[in-house]
Design a protein around this ligand. Structure first.
Ligand SMILES: NS(=O)(=O)c1c(F)c(F)c(SCCc2ccc(C(=O)O)cc2)c(F)c1NC1CCCCCCC1
Ligand SMILES: [Zn+2]
Length: 258
């Protein structure tokens, strides 16, 4: 049942028995086969208007035992992107691997990236994410891949420099607000699009996924900080917090570019 049966990435084979949607036919993540993606000209650029926030505004950063979550102000809006209506921001979180192996959730032509950021929104048709997350199209997640580069990524430091303050499960801290759009790629016009689910129990099949073609580069130290700081259950390091690719089961992946 929802919530009362604790889950972990170690027992992802059991998710479907405790959370029925996890055994559904529109699950996420998926492997994106670029050669099979259908070009769709109606997929216009994603628009993230007015994301600069005053630094006196504080945002809550928390370690929920599975990832690090930054709560976002509801008035940050997602429009464009061929969406039928605007979406309101809820939270962002990250997925990563370990020093031994990468940890993105989606893969591209079988390639797994070092990590993945998810910015979670809910349809403006609803007042709360709880109402939205059980309705098809109720959620939209913007995803981008994290790669190891050479330079330090300054926008990501706004989060990474506070990871130590939330290294234990359940800990939270407040960080000065910043322009979270800077955590996403510059090019918001080239992306893949498909209908899927939350990649964690309860796996509701209500997510409109957007995966940007352009990747984000973090320095090796930044990736290591992400992989080696946060602890979850039984004080174990949170690593490899990604679900394996799920079958498309007849779904098409669209592309906003040729
Ligand atoms: N990739 S994803 O978007 O499916 C996703 C994950 F993969 C995630 F792993 C997570 S964190 C694990 C799920 C969870 C745990 C605790 C709480 C809480 O204390 O409120 C909330 C959620 C996580 F939070 C999310 N996103 C959440 C899914 C939970 C329900 C809706 C809330 C926003 C989206
Ligand atoms: Zn996620």
């Amino acid at each position: 049942g929802h919530g009362n049966s604790h889950w972990s990435y170690a027992d992802k084979a059991e998710w479907a028995s405790d959370f029925p949607h996890c055994g559904g036919h529109m699950q996420s993540p998926i492997n994106i086969e670029t050669g099979a993606a259908l070009f769709s000209p109606q997929l216009e650029p994603i628009l993230l208007p007015d994301y600069s926030l005053p630094p006196r505004e504080m945002l809550r950063l928390q370690n929920n035992g599975h990832t690090v979550v930054l709560d976002l102000p509801r008035n940050l809006t997602l429009t464009g992107g061929g969406f039928p209506q605007p979406y309101q921001a809820a939270q962002l979180h990250l997925h990563w691997g370990s020093a031994l192996k990468p940890g993105s959730e989606h893969t591209v032509d079988g390639h797994r990236y070092a990590g993945e950021i998810h910015v979670v929104y809910y349809s403006s048709h609803f007042d709360t994410i709880q109402e939205a997350m059980v309705e098809p199209g109720g959620l939209a997640v913007l995803a981008a891949f994290l790669q190891v580069g050479t330079e330090e990524n300054e926008p990501y430091q706004h989060i990474l420099e506070h990871l130590n303050d939330v290294h234990e499960e359940g800990e939270e801290t407040w960080i000065p607000a910043f322009d979270v759009a800077k955590l996403l790629p510059d090019d918001l016009s080239r992306y893949f699009r498909y209908n899927g689910s939350l990649t964690t129990p309860p796996c509701y099949q209500t997510v409109n996924w957007t995966i940007f073609n352009q990747t984000i580069r973090l320095s090796p130290d930044q990736i290591s900080l992400l992989e080696d700081t946060l602890h979850g259950d039984e004080d174990e390091l949170i690593q490899d917090n990604f679900r394996l690719p799920q079958s498309l089961q007849g779904r098409s992946v669209l592309a906003s570019f040729l």
